[in-house]
Ligand binder design. Structure first.
Ligand SMILES: Nc1ncnc2c1ncn2[C@@H]1O[C@H](COP(=O)(O)OP(=O)(O)OP(=O)(O)O)[C@@H](O)[C@H]1O
Ligand SMILES: [Mg+2]
Length: 436
């Protein structure tokens, strides 16, 4: 069927530029190569009883919670290999908010999905690089008898043992935490299940599609505790869920607990999503466009809530957004991505006040400013190059108004402008020589 279609396409493309055209022979070759590569990578990921030494590593800076190091995540499609994330390196320091900005399709979500090992398999695969994460492994450490609080006939609170159906006191397992650094890019799928949701959690863009419409909010919130807190009972889970709902500013937690997602407003649903994300006290929360589906007032409330929670829970947040205003208000550090690569990174002040890359400068110019009157907003001319056939030169070259002759050469390396400010642009190559 595919062959037929392709031949038809040849006729329609006759005499025209068919540089993007793939013949049926080429297609079969691509499919075969993809199948081979993907099979090897999938097999490696799904192995059982992998020795820890294969994925244990060390942090470059112990104050970081996550370090992306030269991450490459590719999609093996029938049209060729799509390099969605192509050599991304940046750090997320502990207790900080790192904003990731860039235009649609530049690989922001795929970077965060790689960190959660949630890239759509088998076509999406991490093929190179490391994602170092400071994790806490739970190690069994004995048991403790279970008790519950009741109010006796005199109105006093009493603690009584919890009994099983044979009348014996039930026990709950105890665990101690052991800190270790893991490389998520090399971790088998079975091990990642202990980290995902417990240590790293995610708030998705669209709360209506992320919540299950056939279960109550309470059921979906309890599930997190029951799954990730060893020995937790249904009563413990409910207590924790109500506490979380209160923490995210829901006034009648009992009522919301027994509601279904369609009974809540958009803002309430996003608060519930946040409650689910923080239920296990994660070290890192990934918020992928958390406010895009909400109106401006609710957006401000949700952002305030995230900021407040960061302080209360001591977690770090990776905040993905198109909105430079949100980044300026929330983030401590900013990473600017373009076509699967980091073009500039630095503190929020450096990116907004001393932006260096022509793309970052263009992004800022295209943002409306209330105080200045303009007839037409600035837009960066041109388009992102085809992700399957990336040039070897700077990807921004064809859209850049500050091109120099070095831009015809290879893709620029990262130049350090300050201890925290880095830019990948040939305009700053001189600075690189000075630094050396
Ligand atoms: N399942 C998939 N199969 C093939 N290609 C994909 C898949 N998912 C994403 N991509 C491609 O990977 C690239 C990066 O996508 P990604 O979702 O990370 O972009 P993004 O920066 O999050 O964009 P947005 O701001 O629109 O959410 C895009 O070119 C996209 O087309
Ligand atoms: Mg996205």
């Amino acid at each position: 069927m595919k062959e037929k279609n392709t031949e038809k396409n040849t006729l329609t493309h006759k005499g025209k530029d068919n540089s993007h055209y793939i013949s049926s022979k080429e297609l079969r070759k691509i499919e075969h190569e993809n199948f081979k590569t993907v099979k090897t990578l999938e097999k490696k990921k799904r192995r059982k009883n992998v020795p820890e030494s294969e994925y244990l590593t060390q942090m470059r800076d112990p104050h970081n919670i996550v370090e992306f190091d030269n991450l490459h995540t590719y999609f093996f499609t029938d049209a060729g290999v799509l390099k969605a994330v192509n050599g991304v390196s940046f750090d997320i320091p502990e207790k900080s908010i790192v904003g990731v900005v860039g235009e649609s399709g530049c690989g922001k979500s795929i970077t965060s999905m790689s960190l959660m090992q949630l890239v759509q398999a088998p076509q999406g695969q991490i093929v190179e690089g490391s994602i170092r994460f400071r994790s806490e492994k739970l190690i069994p450490n004995g048991t403790e008898p279970m008790t519950k609080k009741i109010i006796d006939e005199n109105g006093n609170v009493k603690e009584v043992p919890v009994l099983d159906k044979h009348g014996k006191q039930r026990t709950r397992p105890l665990y101690k935490k052991e800190e270790r650094v893991v490389d998520i890019a090399k971790m088998p799928v079975s091990e990642m299940a202990h980290i995902r949701g417990r240590e790293i959690s995610m708030i998705f863009q669209e709360p209506m599609t992320s919540l299950n419409p056939v279960f109550t909010i309470g059921y979906q919130l309890d599930e997190v505790t029951l799954l990730h807190v060893p020995g937790a009972t249904r009563a413990d889970a409910k207590e924790r869920s109500l506490e979380m709902l209160k923490l995210v500013g829901i006034a009648m937690p009992e009522r919301v607990y027994s509601s279904y997602p369609h009974e809540l407003s958009g803002g309430m649903r996003q608060r519930v999503m946040i409650a689910i994300a923080i239920a296990c006290n994660p070290k890192l929360i990934i918020a992928d466009e958390p406010t895009t589906a909400l109106d401006v007032t609710i957006q401000a409330q949700i952002l305030d809530l995230l900021r407040e929670l960061r302080k209360k829970l001591d977690s770090s947040i990776m905040l993905i957004t198109h909105d430079l205003g949100v980044i300026a208000e929330m983030a401590d550090y900013v990473v600017v991505m373009y076509a699967g690569r980091v073009v500039e990174k630095g503190t929020v002040r450096e990116i907004f006040k001393e932006s260096a890359h022509p793309y970052t400068i263009g992004l800022q110019k295209s943002k409306p400013v209330v105080s200045s009157k303009v007839d037409k907003l600035f837009s960066i001319p041109g388009q992102v190059p085809n992700p399957i056939n990336m040039p070897t030169t700077c990807y921004f070259r064809d859209r850049c108004d500050r091109c120099i002759k070095e831009c015809d050469g290879n893709y620029p390396g990262m130049v350090q402008l300050s201890p925290t400010h880095f830019v990948a642009c040939h305009l700053y190559d001189k600075k690189k020589e000075e630094n050396v």
